[in-house]
Write a protein that binds this ligand. Structure first.
Ligand SMILES: [Zn+2]
Length: 436
């Protein structure tokens, strides 16, 4: 029986706003003294009132928009109840109905991955386990956290990793989150099941919680596929449950049987009225967004005539992309209009990283110089090829009749005529072009 993995993803990303989601405590908690960035609101003291952070909502709109979601203009907050020592209120303020964005998608390697929803919620505190005691730090409690939920559209681990990298690049490009995994600013929860019939979703799924590295996601998925395959081979169905991942032995382990939404007893947060964004306000936010990666890639391919493969390598880093455009400006301003400049700048940026520190003007000078030598080489090549073909017309005739092995002889002749100035690959390409 051939089994296909069905994988979905929940991704949590901390927003890098100045303040927390519902109070004025500082949001950046990394490396802070425990419990120094707390107040009665984020500790959930009775009688306190949460006030939503507008910047966090704006940033969530941007993320949802970049993921091609429909944006709601009325956001409703909800209480999600569960007990855990790092959750001081006994519930988390999140969104249930009417999230910020829904029904989005992004394209990964030509495949559309559907995004179910993008919503905003508050992060929990952190537990520190030491010997025989556990301590709690609430500095993280109330930090704005965006949750991006995909549909179960992945069948391969490579697709999962490519998607995660793309999402991380998108939020970084928007400058709304740093998404540094080693700091826990981006946390991943894959849900995995297996089916022999891809057109129908399996009636169970196993969720692996709180993974903070791409390598561990790979490990967790690989282990789950193996574990579930064994269960299914015995004719049984794996249990719907939540598991953890132990990076030491590369195995997942049982945590709890999966809660259903009814167990969380969601209800609208009575302390926060629905937040309404007027249509033109949303349009204004969208207009002010930086160019999306997809648009940027398209623009680089079209305007600068660079291969998409090279564009991707440049656009992945905003600094490189900006540098490219600065160098391009220098060259075009000098009146150089050759379309090949784009690819040459790209090649230099990708292959000669040590030059990137140069001021764009100097870098541009090197590019222009290199194109000149390239052109001289091209002239020499054509002269030599002309002579070789002229001298060996008999062989040319044989080649045209299908005797392709004569090519090596012609390459050798051209090489010795160029006295080592041209390489065999360039000569071969030039010869084939002229012979066909
Ligand atoms: Zn606070």
């Amino acid at each position: 029986m051939k089994l296909t993995p069905i994988i979905g993803l929940e991704v949590h990303i901390e927003l890098s706003t100045h303040n927390k989601m519902f109070c004025n405590c500082l949001a950046d908690h990394f490396g802070t003294e425990p419990n120094t960035q707390i107040c009665p609101v984020c500790l959930g003291m009775p009688g306190t009132l949460p006030v939503p952070n507008k910047q966090a909502l704006i940033n969530t709109i941007k993320i949802a928009k970049a993921l091609n979601c429909k944006i709601n203009n009325e956001f409703i907050f909800a209480r999600k109840h569960y007990f855990y020592p790092d959750l001081p209120k006994g519930y988390q303020i999140t969104q249930f109905q009417d999230p910020v964005g829904s029904d989005g998608w992004i394209e990964i390697g030509g495949k559309k991955i559907r995004i179910n929803r993008v919503h905003i919620e508050e992060d929990t505190g952190k537990l520190l386990h030491e010997k025989d005691e556990s301590l709690v730090d609430f500095n993280r409690a109330g930090v704005p956290l965006v949750e991006i939920v995909s549909e179960p559209d992945f069948h391969k681990t490579e697709e999962v990793i490519a998607y995660l990298k793309e999402v991380r690049l998108i939020v970084r490009n928007l400058a709304v989150a740093e998404a540094r995994m080693e700091r826990g600013q981006m946390r991943l929860e894959p849900n995995i099941s297996l089916t022999s019939n891809v057109s129908k979703l399996p009636d169970y799924k196993v969720e692996v919680k709180n993974i903070n590295s791409f390598r561990f996601v790979k490990g967790a998925i690989k282990y789950e596929i193996k574990r579930q395959t064994k269960i299914l081979a015995k004719g049984k169905t794996p249990k719907q449950e939540t598991r953890g991942y132990d990076s030491n032995d590369g195995k997942t382990f049982f945590q709890r049987s999966k809660e259903t939404t009814t167990e969380y007893r969601y209800f609208p947060e009575p302390d926060i009225p629905p937040v309404v964004f007027e249509k033109d306000e949303i349009e204004k936010i969208v207009r002010a967004m930086p160019e999306t990666r997809t648009d940027k890639i398209k623009r680089f391919v079209n305007d600068y005539q660079i291969k998409e493969e090279s564009v991707r390598k440049i656009v992945e880093d905003k600094k490189k992309a900006d540098y490219f455009e600065a160098v391009w400006k220098e060259i075009v301003d000098k009146g150089n209009k050759d379309k090949k400049y784009g690819q040459q700048i790209a090649n230099f940026i990708i292959n000669k990283k040590h030059l990137i520190g140069l001021p764009p003007k100097e870098f541009a000078g090197k590019i222009v110089e290199s194109m000149k030598t390239k052109r001289v080489d091209e002239n020499i090549l054509q002269i030599i090829l002309g002579e070789v073909l002229e001298d060996h017309q008999g062989l040319v005739g044989e080649y045209k009749q299908g005797k392709h092995e004569v090519l090596n002889f012609l390459i050798g002749k051209a090489m010795s005529m160029s006295k080592g100035k041209l390489n065999a690959i360039v000569i071969k390409e030039g010869l084939i072009k002229r012979l066909n």
